[in-house]
Design a protein around this ligand. Structure first.
Ligand SMILES: Cc1ncc(COP(=O)(O)O)c(C=O)c1O
Length: 440
């Protein structure tokens, strides 16, 4: 169309050559993706090795919030890497400034942070902090939750897929249902703002499963991997109250929901949450490998020197990246942009859903949405078989999308926050056209 341009069927000849070489040497174990070999990116547009251009609704799995290869981020990383790439636990000026800036960007009560490299590593740190601070070992987590693939993070998650055939996971995890407004056979979403039914059930669940050693809970503001499930408004703050009343800690996993994704810098702002610990990843480096755990100083104070460390955490390059991302977020007002453009995009996608018999639900806030595909809008039976052809055909027409979901039937809409209205218009039209030709 205007921005996108794909010649011929995919994979293109250069992509094909590279994919063949790749599969001969690197284990072919990642999820299904369109057969496109990425070469470069600018903003929300990606170009492949065959010169095809696509609009990207993935942001590389909700990472490139400031856009692919933002010049300020590129320059900051280039400058820092020419000076010093790693220094382990020592201070460097970039690390100091990155920590100051991150703490300043966080809600006031979160006055300390610690840098790590991946979201999973930060989740591990948060789980250890909860156990160490309370002296209790049980953790409450949620069905459908995803917190990463390292062992404790995996155990805390509530998706069976990543655990299947690996034997028992970490003991002490107590999982509760997550309220899903689109699929709510147990009525867990009823009764806002008190959600009495839900929290009575939670009391019973804890009574029957806990040995009295619950340290706290870890929860995502919305569940990404299980299909962009947004809990009903008020549930997260009611959960906070429930935890406080029982002297338990509250960890919010904002690995994918922060840095403007939901239309505010932090998803916790939507309900004025005051979690004890926040886990941060993905957007914080917008592609530069950096992650962090943030908490009140009183929580970190339970650790002795040497109890938290990371080979690469806080290195100068990662820290320079984290500073540049904050510069961009603030200067370009990307959280506000996400709220504004997200509302525009959602209304367009809702119009698409009205035309498409299989698009059962369009949900989300800011620039993160889930499109749930079903066989029938009344029965809501999941239609995972539509997803692969949809990903392939969208790529053929110049749109990169990815899939998630407990039932594998949800398309993730999470473009870089710098996506333009023209890019939204063109990409939604591509989706609309592809859906018009899609048959079960
Ligand atoms: C909510 C959440 N927590 C943790 C993680 C793990 O992050 P990483 O893949 O950087 O280890 C993810 C990754 O998708 C995530 O979505």
């Amino acid at each position: 169309m205007g921005i996108t341009h794909v010649k011929g069927p995919l994979p293109g000849p250069e992509s094909k050559k590279l994919l063949d070489r790749w599969h001969r040497v690197e284990a072919d174990v990642v999820g299904f993706q369109a057969p496109v070999v990425w070469k470069s990116g600018r903003g929300a547009v990606v170009t492949d090795v065959d010169g095809n251009t696509y609009i990207d609704w993935t942001a590389g799995v909700l990472v490139a919030n400031v856009g692919h290869c933002h010049p300020h981020l590129v320059e900051a990383v280039q400058k820092a890497s020419a000076e010093l790439i790693n220094n382990y636990e020592c201070a460097n000026e970039y690390r100091v400034v990155a920590a100051e800036r991150l703490v300043a960007a966080l809600p006031d009560h979160l006055d300390r942070c610690f840098f790590l490299t991946t979201g999973s590593e930060s989740v591990e740190a948060a789980l250890r902090l909860m156990r160490r601070k309370t002296g209790r070992f049980e953790i409450l987590s949620f069905h459908g939750g995803f917190h990463g693939r390292t062992f404790a993070a995996l155990a805390a998650g509530g998706l069976p897929g990543p655990k299947r055939q690996y034997g028992p996971t970490l003991p002490g995890i107590i999982r509760a249902p997550f309220p899903n407004p689109y699929r709510d056979p147990l009525g867990l979403c009823r009764g806002a703002p008190d959600f009495e039914h839900y929290f009575n059930y939670l009391d019973e669940l804890v009574l029957c499963n806990s040995t009295g050693a619950l340290a706290g809970a870890i929860v995502e503001p919305y569940q990404g991997a299980s299909g962009f499930v947004f809990p009903p408004k008020g549930w997260l703050s009611r959960l906070e109250r429930w935890l406080r009343d029982r002297d338990m800690l509250y960890t919010l996993d904002e690995v994918q929901s922060s840095y403007g994704r939901t239309g505010t810098m932090w998803a916790l702002e939507h309900e004025n949450l005051t979690p004890d610990i926040v886990v941060i990843g993905k957007g914080i480096g917008s592609g530069v490998p950096v992650a962090a755990v943030a908490a009140r100083s009183e929580i970190f104070a339970c650790l002795k020197k040497g109890e938290m460390s990371s080979t690469l955490g806080g290195n100068p390059v990662a820290s320079a990246g984290a500073i540049a991302v904050l510069d961009i977020m603030e200067k370009e007002k990307l959280a506000e942009q996400s709220a504004k453009l997200g509302a525009y995009m959602k209304s367009k996608l809702q119009a698409v859903a009205r035309r498409c018999p299989y698009l059962g639900d369009v949900r989300g806030m800011g620039l993160v949405m889930g499109l749930e595909f079903v066989k029938d809008k009344k029965t809501r039976e999941p239609a995972p078989e539509l997803i692969r052809p949809l990903i392939e055909e969208c790529a053929n027409q110049g749109l990169l999308i990815g899939a998630v979901g407990m039932y594998g039937n949800v398309i993730r809409v999470a473009p870089p926050l710098v996506i333009t209205r023209a890019e939204i218009d063109e990409s939604v039209t591509i989706l609309d056209n592809v859906l018009a030709g899609l048959k079960l």
